[in-house]
Design a protein around this ligand. Sequence first.
Ligand SMILES: Cc1cc2nc3c(=O)[nH]c(=O)nc-3n(C[C@H](O)[C@H](O)[C@H](O)COP(=O)(O)OP(=O)(O)OC[C@H]3O[C@@H](n4cnc5c(N)ncnc54)[C@H](O)[C@@H]3O)c2cc1C
Length: 484
Amino acid sequence: MTGTTTEAVGLTQLQARLEQDLAWLELPAKRWVVAREIEGVTVLEVAVIGGGMAGMAAAASLTLTGIQAVIFDRAPVGQEGPWVTTARMQTLRSPKQLTGPALGLPALTFRAWFEAQFGLQAWIELDKIPRTQWMDYLRWYRQALKLELRNDHHVTNIEPRTDGLVRLEVDTPSGKQTIYARRVVLATGRDGLGGAYVPEIATTIPHEAWAHSSDFLDYATLAGKRVGVVGAGASAMDSAATALEAGAKSVDLLIRRTDLPRINKGKGAGNAGMVIGFVDLPEHWKWRIRHYLGVEQVPAPRGSTLRVSKHPNAYFNFGCSLESVSVNGNVLSVNTPQGTFELDFLIFSTGFKIDWWARPEYANIAPHVLNWKQRLAEVNEPASQEMLDSPDLGSAFEFKEVRPGACPGLSSIHCFCYPAALSHGTVSGDIPAISEGAKRLSAGIASLFYREDIAEHFHRMELYDDAELLGDEWTPAIRRATHR
Ligand SMILES: Cc1cc2nc3c(=O)[nH]c(=O)nc-3n(C[C@H](O)[C@H](O)[C@H](O)COP(=O)(O)OP(=O)(O)OC[C@H]3O[C@@H](n4cnc5c(N)ncnc54)[C@H](O)[C@@H]3O)c2cc1C
């Protein structure tokens, strides 16, 4: 194959190629943001909360733009995001070809990383990316770009200030720290502005008898048990399959719908126009698209569904919304329109919700963030709760105030996690368009920094005295012109 390396050249050579590409592109740009100090301490230009794929892509794009970005993640090194902790699929759900957080740099793609180690033939033969291998790639990405990521750093309080800075309180292995940043990016994940969604009925069940699919749970404890899984999306299939593989006696999928969604409309609609243009659509079109995608729902991947159905003790029960649960000793009697299920354990694969109050670190900003329900005084179109609760963001993903002036500094905080989707489209969480989102974020932040510091930049322009011409390059002509 002409122009294509078929051999596995190794990661050292890939790193050299990446560095060469960056050098040819004169990247990263030199630092240019005006330094600030508070109480004798230098203020960070940007603090990124969350070191998963989105946080790293954001920090990388900011760094390439000449802006300092320091990432804080509460997870231990190499455990960021769901991939090797709470995710239970065998492979990624998305196709292997997506270029993810590569930011337009070929040597930063998963494919480059994979081929460098295993060669082109292995790439051709690869079906979908194994889940834990994706995490290996993200670990390499961090190292390859030398990102400053501080693990075991839990941000416990975020306080925007009247001087425009944001004060962070961080629990670290060496105690509590206070950090000041000019701008803060929340790259806190799929549940980044809230947590797991569980229906009200869960409150009637002892907590030791249920979990959410995103909870840390040792599925070996389900061996020999009758397990119910509420939901039918990708995570429901992953939970069901993992329980079955761990030796569950049976798994009943309790599915409210009468059929499974079959077509991934979001995948079909995904094109460069949507990635770039969604943000500038009139609001009723944004609303209509997000509502349609929500109603249609994303089908679980075929492989994940087969991983469940190949077990003879897996049951797909349709029309089974949960009406009530009664607890008799250790047994849960789950009542549905189709009858009662006797179960030992329930897993809610019911997604996530925006819930500011579930996250103590947001207590200062929660009452002030403008959401779409407040933006549209009257919502005449049908809407999901998630849409109503979604923050209404500015062009750099910055939060807006409900009452202008009530929370100065709020607009120094940028929402680069999934709930940005109604404002910006799906560019701040999923793999397909994360680079475009990160570039939009870094360009927006660069523009805001420049505008804020324009007087200083102008002053620097005035002071600049690096001469191009020394004055010895020419001699003034003597009396060449004739007088009229
Ligand atoms: C099970 C599962 C499977 C998925 N599979 C796919 C897929 O195949 N393809 C696809 O395109 N998308 C997939 N997604 C969606 C998306 O790609 C992932 O959710 C991805 O992890 C998003 O990256 P992120 O950086 O936004 O969030 P995360 O990877 O979740 O990272 C967020 C980070 O923020 C940190 N954090 C949060 N709060 C704080 C705090 N207060 N202080 C410090 N740190 C904090 C967390 O520790 C975490 O490491 C999947 C999602 C899930 C949940």
